[in-house]
Every structure is written in structure tokens, then in C-alpha cells.
Design a protein around this ligand. Structure first.
Ligand SMILES: NC(=O)C1=CN([C@@H]2O[C@H](COP(=O)(O)OP(=O)(O)OC[C@H]3O[C@@H](n4cnc5c(N)ncnc54)[C@H](O)[C@@H]3O)[C@@H](O)[C@H]2O)C=CC1
Ligand SMILES: O=C(O)[C@@H]1CCC=N1
Length: 253
């Protein structure tokens, strides 16, 4: 996820590669990032923490190890994209700092992400604006109460995987019905993209859009009856709730 953000920040000239320092313990990751984006790299998190903004993008399970020695790091602003990890936990690790918790998603790679942000009480207007600009470069930015961050994680943070699963399954259905794989994939992907764009631009309620597609005694209602029988909606609701609960667990020390 860190690379997805980095790639857009550099491509959209929000930051010069020379202004960015990436810390990663894996030499092959450092080599790849230095080569691909021209950024500075280091195996030492303390060096990366000399920046104005320190973006934490490790797995929640790696946070304690990554944060060793960083409590008094010079960076005045800490941004965390870690699932589940709360502002209160980060405040213990990074006392007296502007701290912003953010939950982006992987469509950030193509500038079509959505990121929710929540700031701690010490976060300055300037730091919040800088963070808004960072995530604005990779898509939309929404403000949420921190208490909703795990729900955001369950919906939009993990959501690209649910949509990808749906695209794959739709394409499989097309293949089952006789379409060549490549055409089935193109049709499925463009149908999801176009439907999302239609909903976004027209602000139609999804039920209205569904009604527009569904001709009396037609093909769509035959499919919807099958989806309802298979519990698609309930499965999706339960999936978002399961991911939300998992985010809560990941935040428990
Ligand atoms: N993958 C996704 O779609 C999203 C992920 N996130 C969050 O982003 C974070 C990273 O997730 P992914 O990118 O999927 O994982 P990843 O495993 O691809 O990336 C983690 C990176 O951290 C590095 N790392 C490990 N230990 C380190 C240490 N001590 N110091 C510095 N770097 C260290 C690893 O070498 C690796 O390059 C997680 O906290 C996750 O909750 C948030 C939103 C979406
Ligand atoms: O699966 C995960 O834990 C991360 C957080 C949101 C998306 N990926």
C-alpha cells in the first residue's frame, strides 16, 4: 500500500523523489523502490523519521518492532495507514506529535482511491492539510470520526478485494456461458467500472439503477432471483462486518 501511495505522489509531482526517504528492512524492496521511483532508501527507520511527515505503512503486527527508538524522532507529524491501530496507541508511541490515522485503498495506484482520515487533538491545521494533499493525490479524501475507522477499513480499505472477487466470478459466469476468457474479463471489468461511474455521477440510488436494468419477465430478474437465493447481499454485509471486527482485533495490543 505504501508503494501505491508513493508511486502517485512522485508521478503527480506532489513530492520530488529526492524529498522522499523510504525505510524498509528488505534489501530487495529498497533496491526496487530506489530504481523505480528514484527515492532515497534506508534500512534505518530513524533516518526516515528525520522527515517532516513520517508515514507508517508496516503491517500492524510489525508496528512495535518498527517503532523502536522512534519515540523522540524529529518528525513532527506521524501518519499511520495501519488497520486497527488507534490514535491513542500511536500517542503512547509518539508523544506530543501531530498524528493522523488514515485508511486508503489500493485503487490509489491509479489515482482512484478513497482515503478516510482522522486526526488527534495535537494535529496542526498545516499537517492535516499536508496529509489531505498526500491522499488527495491518490483519490478522494473523507473525514471521519476515529471511532468509525475500523468500519471504513471493512468497507473501502478491504473493499477492492470484494469487487475483484465479483469481477472474477462474473467473468467465470461469462466463460461458463461460452465467452472467451479475455472478452469475459473485459466485459466484467467495464461493467463494474461503468456502473460505479453511473452511480457516482448521477447519484442514483442503487435500487433505482437495478430497476432500470430489470425488464419485466426479463433476464436480469432471473439473475437477481438467483443472487437473492444465494444470499449475495447478506454475504456482503457479513463480509464488511467480519473485516471490521478483524480490524478491531488487529488494534488490540
Ligand atoms: N494492502 C492494502 O490494501 C491496504 C493496507 N493498509 C495497511 O497498510 C499496511 C501495510 O500493508 P501492505 O502494504 O498490505 O503490507 P506489505 O507487507 O506489502 O508492506 C509492508 C512493508 O513494511 C516493510 N516492513 C516490515 N517490517 C518493517 C520495519 N520494522 N520497518 C520498516 N518497514 C518494515 C515490509 O518489508 C514491507 O515492504 C498495513 O498496516 C495495512 O493495514 C491500509 C489500507 C489498504
Ligand atoms: O487486509 C488488510 O488487513 C489490509 C487493511 C485494509 C486492506 N488490507
Amino acid at each position: 500500500m505504501g508503494e501505491a501511495i508513493l508511486s502517485r505522489l512522485v508521478a503527480s509531482h506532489i513530492y520530488l523523489p529526492s524529498d522522499v526517504c523510504v525505510s524498509d528492512p528488505m534489501p530487495e524492496r529498497r533496491d526496487l523502490l530506489a530504481k523505480k521511483y528514484g527515492v532515497q532508501v534506508t534500512p534505518n527507520n530513524l533516518i526516515a523519521a528525520e522527515a517532516e511527515i513520517l508515514l507508517l505503512a508496516v503491517k500492524p503486527q510489525s508496528l512495535n518492532a518498527a517503532a523502536i527508538g522512534l519515540a523522540n524522532a524529529p518528525a513532527p507529524c506521524i501518519v499511520s495507514i495501519l488497520a486497527g491501530v488507534t490514535l491513542a496507541q500511536l500517542e503512547v508511541m509518539f508523544p506530543s506529535k501531530s498524528i493522523i490515522r488514515a485508511m486508503p485503498n489500493t485503487p490509489a495506484q491509479v489515482g482512484a482511491g478513497v482515503t478516510a482520515i482522522a486526526a488527534n487533538a495535537l494535529a496542526t491545521k498545516e499537517h492535516i492539510e499536508a496529509v489531505r494533499q498526500i491522499f488527495g493525490a491518490v483519490g478522494k479524501v473523507v473525514d471521519v470520526a476515529e471511532s468509525l475507522m475500523n468500519a471504513v477499513t471493512g468497507l473501502s480499505g478491504s473493499g477492492p478485494a470484494y469487487v475483484a472477487l465479483m469481477v472474477e466470478a462474473m467473468a467465470d459466469g461469462g466463460v461458463a456461458a461460452g465467452l472467451p476468457r479475455a472478452i469475459a474479463m473485459e466485459l466484467a471489468t467495464q461493467t463494474v467500472l461503468g456502473t460505479a461511474q453511473l452511480l457516482s455521477e448521477t447519484k442514483l440510488h442503487p435500487a433505482q439503477l437495478k430497476d432500470q436494468v430489470t425488464s419485466p419477465a426479463g433476464t436480469t430478474i432471473a439473475a437477481i432471483a438467483q443472487l437473492e437465493k444465494s444470499g449475495l447481499r447478506s454475504a456482503m454485509i457479513e463480509a464488511v462486518l467480519a473485516a471490521t471486527r478483524r480490524a478491531e482485533e488487529l488494534g488490540k495490543p
